[in-house]
Design a protein around this ligand. Structure first.
Ligand code: SF4
Length: 94
């Protein structure tokens, strides 16, 4: 049996969106262009986008990997936590 590729495995990932709000709070007043570009490039789920000097972020689909938390120098990510119980990502197939 051939090993599954990461993209194939991600196809099994499911999300339960927390309707009460995001578990990651982004500082909308942040002007650190370098950090905004970095997170837009690094998020494996592509949830940050940086275009025409403006950052947009959507928490739905977050893989809870913590990459943005680690890479943020503290200016852009105001608050990072896991979603409330039974919300967020559900991994299947390893
Ligand atoms: S925790 Fe990971 S998947 Fe979620 S927003 Fe940050 S970098 Fe993207």
């Amino acid at each position: 049996m051939a090993a599954m590729r990461v993209d194939d495995k991600l196809g099994f990932v499911r999300f339960k969106v927390d309707e009460q709000g995001s578990h990651i709070i982004v500082n909308e007043d942040c002007e650190d262009e370098k950090e905004m570009r970095l997170l837009a490039k690094a998020c494996p789920a592509g949830l940050y986008s940086y275009e025409e000097g403006k950052l947009s972020f959507n928490y739905e689909g977050c893989l809870e990997c913590g990459t943005c938390r680690v890479l943020s120098g503290g200016g852009l990510i105001e608050h990072w936590n896991y979603p409330r119980g039974a919300k967020g990502v559900e991994y299947h197939q390893g």
